[in-house]
Design a binder for this molecule. Structure first.
Ligand code: HAM
Length: 429
């Protein structure tokens, strides 16, 4: 019998056939997420993979696609309804309340973790996927909306991700969405026959999802639909105008997208998405987020507003890999080659020293033939090979070969120590 992984899932393993499934890539992306989070003074939070189903029902929303069609829900042995988390905002707020994080002032949080959605499996859309996200809790200021957006864009910038577009909109509050929903129902009902099967259902359950649909027929019918902007209160319009002005002042380019409403019920006011340009597929959204004032209180916590985003790690890696100039692998800088056991032993303390100075180094353990060892060095992606053979050992020198320019020079053991000291100075330690 042959076992297979569950549909919509994937394995990560070294040198995976598809590069996005190589753990090296993931370490790189997660490293960037952590360093950007640190720069934004965010603290990490980790919550369980599953929650009581209620955590999602009244937050993400019972009528949302995520809860109604995509959640992995089951009863545990004691008959409690449990769901694998389809997103991480609601669990983070549950944990925020349960652990009284507002009292310790831990209101700026980030997370990296898996989510599960029973979605139609295809490239960029998985049943287990990973998100990097942040939640900024406690301020109504429009500046904080922009801070969340900036953090997302900084993450992409750090990775050198190009070809993205920021879309923003304001969706007001529940009252606004209720009135807007009624107007949409009125608009779409005469066109019902032209809508997709999903949208025919949405017409009664959640008409806002129709204008957000990626289905071609839905898009056509939606073209002249009313926009939510017409329903916003003066205060909501002012908040949104302030967000736009602050983005302008920060030099952030964006497009106002009046049909952007998002698929989760907890949002209010500002919502945003970053999409991959020139990729019209449904899974071109790299990251998304928005404001959720009132959600914490609704979940039984303090009356504090919040704003955040999450970005799918698989999609980010896949988009990066489409770029020709993407620099995606963590490679060693130095590849040490000892041409016999004695030479290897002599090199080992140097390797350890270089590693202490944060210079990624490998000591070659394969063939003692120079040609084969150099070919392994090339394969590793290292920048320099440090070679020690019997004759070099006698002279107290090593050969350093630049694996890109192929230039070679001889340097003494003492000089190798000095180079290592210089690395230390560079690190300021
Ligand atoms: P979301 O739009 O549902 O928002 O998901 C955020 C990102 O997760 C998407 O933009 C996409 O990159 C990725 N994603 C979603 N579903 C899949 C899937 N099936 N396969 C691969 N990637 C996927 C949220 O989850 C909100 N909690 C974001 C947020 C945080 N809002 C405020 N704070």
């Amino acid at each position: 019998m042959k076992y297979r992984r569950v549909k919509g899932c994937y394995d990560l393993y070294p040198h995976a056939e598809e590069q996005w499934r190589d753990p090296l890539m993931w370490n790189l992306i997660e490293g960037a997420a952590r360093s950007v989070s640190l720069a934004f003074a965010l603290s990490e939070i980790r919550t369980p993979a599953f929650e009581y189903t209620d955590v999602f029902l009244r937050t993400v929303g019972a009528s949302s696609d995520i809860v109604s069609k995509e959640m992995y829900t089951f009863e545990d042995r004691a008959g409690r309804s449990i769901s694998l988390r389809p997103e991480i905002t609601a669990p983070v707020l549950r944990a925020f309340i349960e652990n009284s994080l507002h009292q310790s002032g831990k209101t700026r949080l980030f997370y990296i973790g898996s989510c599960w959605r029973y979605d139609r499996a295809q490239k960029g859309r998985y049943r287990q996927f990973s998100q990097f996200g942040i939640e900024l809790i406690g301020s109504h200021d429009a500046t904080v909306d922009v801070e969340a957006i900036t953090c997302l864009l900084e993450f992409y910038r750090t990775l050198g991700l190009k070809g993205t577009k920021l879309l923003i909109n304001s969706i007001g509050d529940l009252d606004v969405r209720h009135k807007f929903g009624e107007a949409l129902r009125e608009y779409f009902t005469p066109h019902k026959e032209n809508l997709s099967e999903d949208s025919k259902r949405r017409l009664f359950e959640n008409p806002l999802r129709i204008i957000d649909s990626k289905d071609e027929c839905d898009r056509k019918v939606s073209q002249n639909a009313p926009t939510i902007t017409e329903f916003l209160t003066t205060q909501q319009k002012e908040h949104f105008a302030y967000v736009c002005e602050t983005l302008d002042e920060s030099g952030i380019i964006y497009e106002i997208s009046p049909h952007l409403v998002r698929g989760l019920d907890y949002y209010c006011d500002t919502v945003f998405e970053v999409v991959a340009e020139g990729d019209a597929q449904a899974q071109n959204t790299l990251g998304a987020g928005g404001r959720y004032d009132g959600l914490l209180q609704q979940m039984g916590g303090p009356d504090l507003p919040g704003v955040g985003f999450a970005t799918g790690i698989e999609r980010v890696i896949q988009h990066l890999l489409k770029q020709e100039d993407a620099k995606l692998q963590e490679v060693p800088e130095f590849f040490f080659i000892g041409l016999n056991e004695m030479c290897k032993r002599k090199l080992l303390p140097f390797v350890t020293d270089f590693r202490r100075k944060k210079k990624a180094s490998i000591l070659h353990h394969g063939s003692n033939q120079l040609k084969k060892a150099l070919s392994a060095a090339d394969k590793s992606g290292a920048q320099y090979a440090v070679i020690l053979g019997e004759s070099e050992l006698e002279k107290g020198i090593v050969k350093v070969k630049n694996l890109i320019s192929r230039e070679e020079e001889e340097i003494s053991f003492n000089r190798l120590c000095e180079i290592s000291q210089e690395f230390e100075k560079q690190h300021g330690r």
